[in-house]
Design a protein around this ligand. Structure first.
Ligand SMILES: *Cc1c(COP(=O)(O)O)cnc(C)c1O
Length: 403
């Protein structure tokens, strides 16, 4: 076996395990439909025509490559390392999610499905998927808790305008958890028609690897862009972690570069005591969630705990299994940023650079604000600006008393 044939410690094995994490822990009725997705993705990932189709859409439609922007004002303000921002906020639809939604929609089409289906919480995944479905020519069905439908009215309207059917879920707490069950129920009843499109690097194999691969364009671009701009690799990468897709997208191309320190930032919300946080990597324990073994914030009975973050896109009681593995083998560090630190970071970037970041991405920036002053001026940080903050301005204005 040559070096290039050797299985990388950073890749899942055939059963979709990253070390002890991952896998496909499914009820019997989902085993075959998900295995079909795994086989189809395996084929597609080796088909140059599929890859070319995806690359063409990323260029012509999403607007890739996204900029790697040197944030000079922010760098001067903090007085330490040079800060570069990977501008996923400039993508069509304003965040990184379109990268994997297009990949999933193309795969659905290739498999002969007529519909994509998913659950959504705050609606960001639903909007990105509805967009990809409209472009590729698929029907789209989004399950959403009735409580979330009430709270996220603009995203509901967007999905409907994009042609998606939004199903209001009235069971139980009427939020994300029930929406997941509802969407999986419909999917299992007609897997020949539907493709289940998961919104992050979570769920059963092949989703954590597949969604990472679709997002890995972010890190490949950033690596080439920083070599072009600075002639060397960055010292540190920083990204916010909810399920972990924007983070894996940035990290993947640098995992083998041992000189590059890699940091994931999750929400400590209102503090790590009690349940007003979503710090899964910091306080979670190994468990089962959504068809995978990973770290989970859970009670004694293995029920997922309630979670909170000021950023609704990262308040998830689990995390992608590859993150749990990367922590266990010591390759990636996971830290936290609080709601208050995140609000400060949001305002600092807005004022200093004229860039309004998503509250999710502001968690990464909050850590950059702590880290940059501790590093020498010739050190380089790349932070993933996973999305734009237009969706958050009313909320922030109210919180800081501008409105
Ligand atoms: C959804 C979302 C996230 C969190 O998802 P990950 O899978 O952890 O990347 C982060 N940033 C933005 C802008 C989002 O919309």
């Amino acid at each position: 076996m040559t070096i290039t044939d050797a299985p990388s410690v950073y890749r899942a094995d055939e059963s979709g395990h990253f070390g002890e994490f991952g896998g496909a822990e499914l009820p019997p009725f989902l085993v075959e439909p998900i295995a079909e997705v795994a086989r189809a993705y395996e084929e597609a990932s080796q088909d140059p025509e599929f890859q070319a189709q995806l690359q063409a859409l990323l260029a012509r439609y999403v607007g890739r490559p996204s900029l790697l922007y040197f944030a000079e004002n922010l760098t001067n303000e903090l007085g330490g390392a040079k800060i570069y921002l990977k501008r996923e906020d400039l993508n069509h639809t304003g965040a990184h999610k379109i990268n994997h939604c297009l990949g999933e929609a193309l795969l659905a089409k290739r498999m002969g499905k007529t519909k994509v289906i998913a659950e959504t919480g705050a609606g960001q995944h639903g909007v990105a998927l509805a967009t990809a479905a409209a472009l590729v020519g698929l029907e789209c069905e989004i399950h959403m808790g009735a409580v979330d439908i009430e709270k996220q009215h603009p995203n509901v309207v967007r999905m409907q305008l994009l042609g998606a059917k939004v199903v209001s879920v009235e069971e139980g707490g009427r939020t994300l958890k029930e929406a997941v069950d509802s969407a999986f129920g419909v999917y299992a009843s007609a897997p020949d028609e539907y493709f289940f499109a998961i919104g992050s690097v979570v769920g059963p194999h092949p989703y954590p690897s597949m969604v990472r691969d679709f997002q890995s364009v972010v890190g490949r671009e950033a690596r080439a862009q920083i070599l072009e701009a600075e002639g060397k690799l960055p010292d540190v990468l920083v990204a916010a972690v909810g399920g972990g897709s924007n983070a894996m997208g940035l990290f993947d191309a640098f995992l083998e570069d041992e000189s590059v320190r890699i940091v994931g930032v999750e929400p400590s919300g209102e503090g790590l005591e009690g349940d007003r946080h979503a710090a899964t990597m910091t306080l979670g324990t190994p468990g089962m969630l959504h068809g995978m073994k990973t770290k989970v914030l859970q009670d004694e009975n293995g029920e997922p705990s309630p979670v909170h973050s000021i950023a609704s896109g990262i308040d998830y009681p689990g995390v992608g299994p590859q993150h749990a593995h990367l922590e266990q083998i010591g390759r990636v560090e996971y830290v936290t940023a609080s709601d208050a630190e995140t609000l400060d970071a949001f305002q600092l970037l807005t004022r200093k650079e004229g860039i309004i970041p998503a509250l999710e991405s502001s968690h990464a920036l909050a850590h950059v604000i702590k880290l940059a002053p501790t590093l020498p001026k010739d050190a380089i940080i790349i932070a993933n600006l996973s999305g734009r903050g237009d969706k958050d301005v009313d909320f922030v204005a109210e919180r800081i008393g501008v409105a």
